[in-house]
Design a protein around this ligand. Structure first.
Ligand code: ADP
Length: 184
């Protein structure tokens, strides 16, 4: 599915985030920035040690106690097709009344702002927080799409935003949410 918003393209697709030929891919990282399972593990495996080295440097300088939820940092993409990896931390789902929607929105917006501030014009996101962090995907898809829509309509600077869903089922959920939120 492809949707035009504020002069940019939003693409919803099934795929593997590590294979995307965009300028930056987003990592659903954890505060340690030291790698993990899911998307995080896949990115570090395919991207190689350079990404982890840069993450260690960021921990040693900018974020000694770890990257707070909702914030984003950037490293090179190592051996990936993407030139950069933007690492952000989504919220762990704790029932929905502990600020989860706002923090998930912040994770998307921080990543988009960081990309735009570096002159990056194409970016791909995974479904942040809906794996190990347990955020229900229906709710998460609405937050993700609304955040991206608001950014593209008001701040701009990007040409293409991809949401890369790992399964056909996840893609369907995001497409349903797009019908509601974006009127597609
Ligand atoms: P979180 O800890 O933020 O929940 P996870 O990596 O556990 O992050 O999961 C986030 C989503 O990414 C899940 O929907 C999972 O199925 C999906 N995912 C896992 N590997 C990949 C990949 N290589 N490309 C795209 N999405 C992936």
């Amino acid at each position: 599915m492809e949707i035009s918003i504020g002069g940019a393209k939003l693409i919803l697709m099934r795929g593997d985030i590590t294979e995307q030929d965009v300028e930056a891919i987003v990592n659903a990282a954890n505060p340690s920035l030291m790698g993990g399972g899911g998307v995080d593990g896949a990115i570090h495996r395919k991207g190689g040690p350079k990404i982890l080295e840069e993450c260690k440097r960021i921990r040693a300088t900018e974020w000694p106690d770890g990257l707070p939820t909702g914030k984003a940092v950037i490293t090179s993409g190592g051996n990936l097709k993407a030139r950069y990896v933007i690492h952000t931390v989504g919220p762990i789902w704790r029932g929905g009344s502990r600020g989860e929607p706002e923090l998930l929105r912040e994770a998307y917006l921080s990543s988009l702002r960081l990309a735009a501030s570096r002159g990056i014009r194409t970016i791909a996101f995974p479904s942040i927080s809906t794996g190990a962090y347990g955020y229900p995907i229906r709710e998460a898809s609405r937050v993700a799409l609304k955040a991206i829509k608001d950014f593209l309509e008001t701040e701009g600077g990007l040409d293409e935003v991809r949401l890369v869903l790992f399964t056909e089922g996840d893609l369907k959920v995001y497409e349903e949410a797009a019908k509601e939120i974006l009127g597609q």
